[in-house]
Design a protein around this ligand. Sequence first.
Ligand code: HEM
Length: 411
Amino acid sequence: VLTVTAKDLMNPANYRHGVPHELLSRLRDEGAVHWTDPVLMRDEDRPVGFWSVMRHAEVQRANRDWETFSAADGPVIPPPPPERRVTTIVSSDPPAHTRLRRLINAGFTPRMIAKLDDLIVRRVDRILDDAAQAATCDLIRDIVYPLPMHVISDIVGIPESDRQWVFEQTETLIRCSDPDSGVSRREVEAALFDYAMELTAHKRRHPTDDTWTLIAQATFTGEDGTSSQLEGWELEMFFMILALAGSETTQNALSQGVIALLGHPDQLEELRLRSEFLGTAVDEVIRWASPVLYFARTATRDVELGDQRIDAGDRVVLWYASANRDERAFDEPFRFDIRRHPNAHVAFGGGGPHFCLGANLARKEIATMLSALSRRFDVELTGEPEWAGAGPLSNVGVSIERLPARLVPIA
Ligand code: HEM
């Protein structure tokens, strides 16, 4: 008898202590694809019914078939109301998507990429030097949180003095999808959008070699031959996506990675002694954490997936966190193994045009931090992880917010 239903996936209470893997596993065992009757997810939205794709093969298939599974309604489960529909890199299909994607790619200039390795190493050293000064620290606030924030800000071109504020806002934005948070989403969005517009005006007046200068100045040639610039909403959403996509995800992977390694001291020691496992270790950490819970799509035609008949117009949710623990795709998926190879995880998406643009950047940040942290310190956890997040109301789901620790330098 099935005692859990896909509806349980929608209950934020099931995410208070991390991703509810037991629930995902039971649904995955029952079938590849499940239907949930319409539920009201947020007061501001209409009730929405949706399909949940739980298994690796079906997630990959749907992810790659962008013509059948459109991203135009955005990545969270409730589609935006018509007046808030915008075309962004995550909520568009080719050819509009191709143009936006090329634009960000162009922002990652060869000069920027060349500087990146050095920049990440220096950031990691600075963060660890600072943390080493204190007798105790919070692993999340002091070590995991600052790295992706500074790296993405360096790339995008957010001035040092503004970073703390910008990232407090993006963090609040994720948290306030939680109905219990008491924060107004609109207010935070408005403040960030104002900031993005100011930054755009500034970059247009004082261009440099960062991504935001390129995005602010880029001109497109439309299908009718006219040229235009990204404006208003589009530009603001772009900014938010860059600030959100690059930080919370990488933080999530790093914090869960540190905990997994501390729980497997033999593997931590192996990583310390043998750097050749760093590459596979990083992908295992990313599979293990699956920092993006799911991305949603809309079917553009009637289609069969995992023995279910999906109708044109239905919402379809690709559960990456479930696919990454699918025993049909991974040998002993609940075993953390830094030597795992091959490791065809779908943490960066299951392939197709939206595959994570920052995958290699994220890998580099995680590798540099895990390697330096394990070489320089013995980490002792001095408290329990504190989880927070909106669960299924956001793509990131849940992250660890606080984790008290002591860093003991290795002589
Ligand atoms: C471990 C860290 C990360 C994880 C797990 C992750 C995961 C994902 C996932 C699942 C998607 C959607 C894939 C799809 O729809 O098929 C995505 C898209 C994206 N990611 Fe990441 N990401 C990470 C880090 C980053 C970083 C550091 C950046 C910084 C540039 C970034 C930028 C993006 C962008 C711009 C997209 C949208 C791409 C598109 O729609 O074409 N991500 N990411």
